[in-house]
Design a binder for this molecule. Structure first.
Ligand SMILES: [Zn+2]
Length: 434
């Protein structure tokens, strides 16, 4: 089916709704035409149905919402099988569950099996694009990209760089992972829909020598993203400052090694000073907010509004397996609750859907390809409905506006509300069909 129409209630964003009153685009009944995997047009059904029907098939989705595929800007595929493991905090969780599981990725069969499971989970939750941590093993990244490429999904990932404070089998060798990283960049960056991000676990698990490797890689490949964790918990902040005593704060460690720029993506960023926030904003760096992980591990309440006040680019990550769900709807729900607990102005449903779609594309510098349904963009989209759930159906029936319906989807929704997921104009998930 090279050219076809999708009919339903279509929405997306052309800007950040916190910065523009015209950011949200909504057609109550529209036909989106897909041609060769890309969006060709969107028009009100009453204006185009007769003409279009004569030319190509129209797939009808009455009562459904059609929106851009979700973009998860921070997730660990190697932690798929340890999601929901208990621990008192981040550092204990890494020791007890994460490192033992990540060691298993020296086995290519394990990497391939988990990669396949991971993509099944992503698409069944409406996620069409993600920025992903594999493990330190070259094969875990290679096989990840292999699977993403064969499924035609747009992914961003990079071998984890780590050379201290972890079990022997998870440490880079003498060259700090530089040669493996370069091989993977040459093989995968720009191949099909794949892109590479230079991926450091965090400053505390790298030696000064490996931090210099990061500096060199970032200088050599300025178009690539740099992806790491920052200020997730207070014990991690303290530990990092002990390891880098000549730096005045945590962000200063990354600045010292030249990896903070408009191509950096930092996950979490809960415990930052005002000065760090300002410097991140000045550098144009972005943040992946990971609310379900933060609540689960007791890391803290991410101050979305304060980060937003600095005009830092924000997006949402599930952070599985520290995060407790692959669902971006649930991630939006948790973000809403955390901001509510903060007590000042709340986020609304449009802010949250923006963070999960166009905000993610902007963070990952792929806005020219995905993130909304602009003409010519890759047709990555998701079809949402009430999932046959009585409560949500009732809520929809009583809703006075699109906003109320989207809000109900965020607060009550999960993977059951994903009817179909489409990637590059192909249906890659249909609820109830395996
Ligand atoms: Zn993480």
């Amino acid at each position: 089916m090279k050219k076809f129409g999708i009919r339903g209630a279509v929405f997306d964003f052309v800007a950040n709704p916190r910065q523009s009153s015209k950011a949200f685009r909504f057609f109550e009944d529209a036909i989106m035409v897909i041609s060769d995997g890309r969006v060709e047009s969107i028009a009100q059904t009453k204006e185009c149905l007769d003409t279009f029907q004569e030319q190509y098939p129209i797939l009808e989705y009455p009562g459904c919402f059609i929106c851009p595929g979700f973009i998860d800007t921070h997730i660990h595929y190697a932690q798929t099988r340890i999601i929901g493991s208990p621990a008192p905090g981040l550092l204990e969780w890494l020791e007890t569950y994460t490192f033992p599981e990540e060691l298993r990725f020296s086995d290519p069969n394990h990497s391939a099996a988990v990669a396949s499971q991971f993509f099944d989970e992503l698409v069944s939750n409406g996620t069409t694009c993600a920025q992903v941590y594999p493990t330190v093993h070259e094969n875990s990244t290679d096989l990840f990209f292999e699977e993403a490429h064969s499924r035609g999904l747009r992914m961003v990932a990079g071998k984890v760089l780590m050379d201290r404070h972890a079990p022997e089998g998870l440490l880079d060798g003498n060259d700090g992972g530089e040669a493996e990283t370069e091989r993977l960049i040459k093989k995968w960056h720009g191949k099909g829909r794949q892109s590479y991000s230079i991926t450091l676990r965090f400053a505390a698990t790298s030696t000064l020598k490996q931090m210099e490797v990061c500096r060199r890689l970032v200088q050599r490949y300025p178009d690539l993203l740099f992806h790491t964790h920052l200020a997730e918990t207070l014990p991690e902040n303290e530990w990092t400052m002990q390891l880098y005593p000549d730096c005045s704060d945590y962000l200063g460690v990354y600045e010292k090694f030249g990896v903070v720029s408009d191509h950096s993506v930092f996950a979490h960023c809960i415990h930052l000073s005002d000065s760090e926030k300002q410097r991140m904003a000045d550098a144009g760096a972005s943040i992946a907010l990971c609310p379900t992980s933060n609540s689960f591990l007791g890391s803290g309440l991410v101050p979305l509004n304060q980060l937003d006040d600095y005009h830092i680019g924000l997006s949402l990550g599930t952070d599985v397996g520290g995060g407790t769900s692959f669902s971006m709807l649930k991630t939006m729900q948790e973000m809403y609750k955390i901001v509510s607990l903060g007590g000042d102005r709340n986020v609304d449903e449009l802010d949250l859907f923006y963070l999960a779609t166009l905000g993610g594309a902007r963070t990952l510098k792929i806005e020219e390809h995905v993130g909304n349904l602009d003409i010519g963009k890759e047709a990555d989209f998701v079809i949402l409905d009430d999932g046959g759930q009585r409560l949500i159906r009732q809520r929809f029936e009583q809703s006075q506006s699109i906003s109320e319906k989207l809000f109900a989807l965020i607060i009550l929704g999960d993977s059951l509300n994903i009817r179909e997921t489409w990637s590059m104009g192909r249906c890659v998930y249909r609820r109830g069909v395996h």
